[in-house]
Design a protein. Structure first.
Length: 125
């Protein structure tokens, strides 16, 4: 806690913009008004039209982490193979119901037992 108090004090002295943005709950954002793409022939093209910039950005992030070989089996290094081997002391039936949906009664019980006066973290989409 002391670390964060010191950091806040230092920010107040040296980075007042950060303090103001935090106090006003401003979110960091960028303005993407142009984008440089590489074409299949290795040439580049600068996009400046808002619709094409948006499409190119969406396409980039949708394909950024595509795993081409996701389903290929990977070779586990020998020193780790024992960690991934079946364990004799674990009853494998304990996992049978792991992915079953919760019933309405189970959800009601969970919600009923949550602490009062507490809010979950908010998510922004």
């Amino acid at each position: 806690m002391i670390k964060y108090i010191r950091q806040r004090y230092l920010n107040y002295q040296s980075n007042q913009n950060l303090v103001i943005n935090s106090a006003l709950d401003r979110k960091r954002k960028i303005i993407l008004d142009h984008i440089l793409i590489t074409l299949p022939d290795s040439s580049t093209r600068l996009l400046i039209e808002p619709d094409t910039v948006k499409s190119a950005a969406i396409n980039h992030f949708q394909n950024l982490a595509v795993l081409n070989n996701y389903y290929e089996s990977k070779v586990i290094p020998e020193e780790w193979q024992h960690q991934y081997a079946s364990k004799e002391n674990i009853n494998h039936f304990i996992f049978d119901t792991l992915m079953n949906s919760l019933s309405k009664d189970e959800w009601t019980n969970i919600l009923h037992n949550l602490p009062n006066g507490k809010a979950s973290d908010h998510l922004e989409f």
